[in-house]
Design a protein around this ligand. Structure first.
Ligand SMILES: [Zn+2]
Ligand SMILES: [Zn+2]
Length: 303
């Protein structure tokens, strides 16, 4: 009963926590977007950062500048450009992932005159949402992450042109995770895990409990003695130490290996549902190999 109420308390706390988190989860969509090359209309996917400003409904048009092409040793944008760009033009700077934190790259490019920053992944084709801990209120330009295919596509488009190409960043609708996915991730999956842990816990309890009991067939194999008052000898117990009733002629008594005897019904129930020990002398009715050894097996071999 105590275990049950504890489990229910844990479940209740968990469900309450989900209730608190759920509204936040609904608002946290993934800001998917596109990078459009104006001259060709070739479109690449990007994903907005969690910091900096967000694009307005009209998006942002600017000239693409691949930082690695103008400063080969600063391809990752981990330091400011040697010369700040002319701020009369809107520059969208493309830097490579790695070397330093996302926000650091965006800060460096912001200080170098960027109107927006794209961070490209040279290794993986998996979009991620750029996140930064700490205060990022100084970042006031938008930035996005582009996975490998978009990154290489944008770089080739820039290299194939003689002058900086014009691109447009647009933000698509906030993409909400499908309802069933959210339900599974936030509720069902933790609940399944908790259910699994609870089943394991109950199995362990049951296992421990069975270890304390004597097996039915072993108990049934212990000898039975029919009580006969005429054969009673002075000093022998005349009552059952479990139910405290006097033995009567014809009572079936179970004789334990320690020679203590009880009503068969009383001791059978005791051994199979309470403890595998004799209630008087505490000696186990199970053979020593079935009781919990005091010494490990490798040491018992030497005893
Ligand atoms: Zn009894
Ligand atoms: Zn005994």
């Amino acid at each position: 009963m105590k275990n049950m109420s504890y489990s229910w308390m844990v479940c209740l706390a968990f469900v309450t926590m989900l209730g608190l988190l759920a509204p936040g989860a609904r608002q946290t969509g993934l800001a998917m977007g596109s990078v459009i090359v104006e001259s060709t209309n070739v479109t690449f996917d990007d994903r907005a950062a969690m910091f900096g400003s967000q694009l307005g409904d009209d998006g942002l048009v600017g000239k693409l500048m691949v930082i690695g092409d103008i400063e080969a040793d600063n391809i990752d944008g981990c330091r400011r450009l040697a010369t700040r760009m002319d701020s009369s033009e809107s520059w969208i700077m493309l830097v490579e992932r790695g070397g330093c934190g996302f926000v650091e790259k965006v800060r460096n490019m912001q200080a170098s005159g960027a109107a927006a920053v794209l961070v490209g992944d040279p290794w993986y084709d998996m979009p991620i949402t750029m996140y930064a801990s700490g205060d990022t209120s100084d970042v006031h330009i938008p930035s996005s992450f582009v996975a490998r295919s978009s990154y290489t596509g944008l770089r080739s488009a820039a290299r194939n042109a003689h002058t900086p190409i014009e691109i447009k960043l647009v933000r698509n609708e906030y993409y909400e995770l499908p309802f069933l996915d959210v339900l599974f991730i936030t509720i069902l999956s933790p609940l399944l895990m908790m259910g699994f842990i609870y089943v394991l816990y109950r199995l362990r309890l049951r296992q421990n409990r069975l270890r304390d009991l004597a097996p039915q067939d072993l108990v049934k194999s212990l000898p039975i003695n029919t009580f006969n008052h005429a054969k009673y000898r002075e000093g022998e117990p005349a009552e059952c130490a479990i139910c405290l009733d006097d033995f009567e002629d014809g009572d079936e008594l179970r004789v334990l290996p320690c020679k203590h005897q009880y009503h068969a019904l009383c001791i059978d129930r005791w051994l199979t549902t309470r403890k595998k020990f004799c209630p008087i002398c505490k000696k186990s009715v199970c053979p020593s190999s079935e009781s919990t050894p005091l010494l490990p097996a490798r040491l018992r071999a030497f005893v």
